[in-house]
Design a protein around this ligand. Structure first.
Ligand code: MRU
Length: 365
């Protein structure tokens, strides 16, 4: 499976330059209106990039946090600085467990070392995390492709896949999770079309359309509330989403609205898959009830982004400042609604037994 491309050039979403102590990320708050690379060279800038969702998506949050820790250790890699940096980065977003996983792995690697060795080791470990993400997502793509190729298309030889949010290339270092099978299937010649759910309030679906367009995959954007109708009309062969955290019993936290799609799939006999790599599994978390759900700033809902009449990116208020809003960013889909999990180790039932078989070496509760 070839790497993802922007304008035909293989590109990753994160570039690291340890010599210059800088990483470059795509500022996702400006996509799809503008493609802007952003230099991040301090702990504060890395924490801001994650908190303000300049980078987003569970795997990319984890990789960025790992590099953020490397940036933090420039000039001071004593225990106190390490602890401070882990605390600052760890407080940025609560639901995606990849963040906590990456920071724990970095700390485990760095703590036993002498402070003078830590900065170089941090850059190397962050690079290893990023490389593993790429390899895991490529493998998810292959397992998911096999699964998609076995599904009988319901309409005119084209397989219609629906997705929610952005769990694609932009949400990872490369390939994506939910979209990796779609890219692999498309690349292998399967006719695929993607229904892209807009994903209010931050419209990550528009990121999905941008990257599907870059890769030449046919797609159509729908408002979130159209998903039920399309599923009922049998115009969807499968739904695939990503995950921010998968509990030990197979319950999945993902972008708010995922649960409603899973419910509508169950009511209409459409398979509902969740694609995720090992760092998204939290075996210490017994079930979905224990997953913290991020509540984000209400202005995300009060405002909308777009272009003004002159074509300039701009922000409009659709509700007055201070209007009462609730903005939970994630929801939990119970394991019983999930047809299967697609992981780098293969396809598995979303159940305690399935996860034990998939990752026997992990400490299961
Ligand atoms: O709030 P976001 O945009 O970071 O949420 C992203 C999602 O919910 C994704 O589906 C999830 O992180 C999986 S990304 C491969």
């Amino acid at each position: 499976m070839p790497a993802m491309k922007i304008d035909g050039t293989p590109t990753r979403t994160l570039r690291a330059d340890p010599e210059r102590r800088v990483i470059e990320i795509i500022d996702q708050t400006r996509l799809p209106l503008e493609l802007c690379w952003l230099r991040v060279d301090t702990l504060a800038a890395a924490a801001r990039a994650i908190g303000e969702m300049q980078v987003r998506g569970a795997p990319l949050i984890g990789a960025t946090a790992a590099y953020g820790l490397a940036l933090a250790l420039a000039g001071d890699a004593a225990d106190a600085r390490l602890d401070e940096a882990v605390a600052i980065l760890g407080a940025t977003r609560p639901t995606a467990v990849n963040l906590r996983w990456a920071l724990a792995r970095m700390r485990q690697k760095l703590s036993p070392l002498a402070p003078a060795q830590r900065e170089a080791a941090a850059w190397a470990e962050a690079a290893a995390i990023a490389e593993e993400d790429v390899a895991q997502n490529r493998a998810i793509g292959e397992h998911g492709r096999e699964l998609l190729c076995r599904l009988p298309p319901r309409r005119a030889g084209v397989l219609h896949v629906m997705t929610h949010c952005n769990a694609g290339w932009l949400a990872t270092v490369d390939y994506g999770t939910a979209l990796a099978p779609v890219y692999a299937a498309h690349d292998s010649g399967l006719a695929v079309h993607v229904w892209v759910s807009e994903t209010r309030p931050r419209n990550q679906g528009l990121l999905t359309t941008w990257e599907l367009a870059q890769h030449g995959v046919p797609h159509t954007v729908i408002v979130d509330n159209a998903a039920g109708l399309l599923l009922r009309q049998q115009r969807v062969d499968a739904v695939i989403t990503g995950a921010d955290r998968i509990a030990a019993n197979g319950d999945v936290a993902n972008k708010v609205g995922t649960y409603l799609k899973a419910l509508a799939c169950a009511d209409n006999g459409v398979p509902f898959y969740v694609a995720a790599p090992r760092p998204t599994f939290d075996f210490a978390c017994p079930d979905g009830e224990a997953i913290p759900i991020e509540e984000r700033d209400g202005d995300e809902l009060r405002q909308i982004q777009g272009r003004d009449a002159a074509g300039r990116p701009s922000t409009l208020w659709q509700l007055p400042p201070g209007a009462a809003v609730g903005n939970p960013a994630f929801d939990v889909t119970p394991a019983r609604l999930i047809t299967a999990l697609i992981t780098e180790r293969g396809v598995s039932p979303a159940s305690r037994a399935g996860l034990r078989t998939l990752y026997p070496e992990a400490g299961h509760d």
